[in-house]
Design a binder for this molecule. Sequence first.
Ligand SMILES: [Zn+2]
Length: 48
Amino acid sequence: MGQRRSRGRVYRRCGCQDENRKQLGPWCPQLIADAKHGTWTYAVDLAP
Ligand SMILES: [Zn+2]
């Protein structure tokens, strides 16, 4: 696959959507309220 970088981060996201049917992803407020809400996702930050 692509390049491997040591830089990355782990965050939670879920399938919740806002009133515009846009996925909240890691910004869902329930993720803060409930530690078991959503699923863990690993993301590589390619920003310099
Ligand atoms: Zn959620």
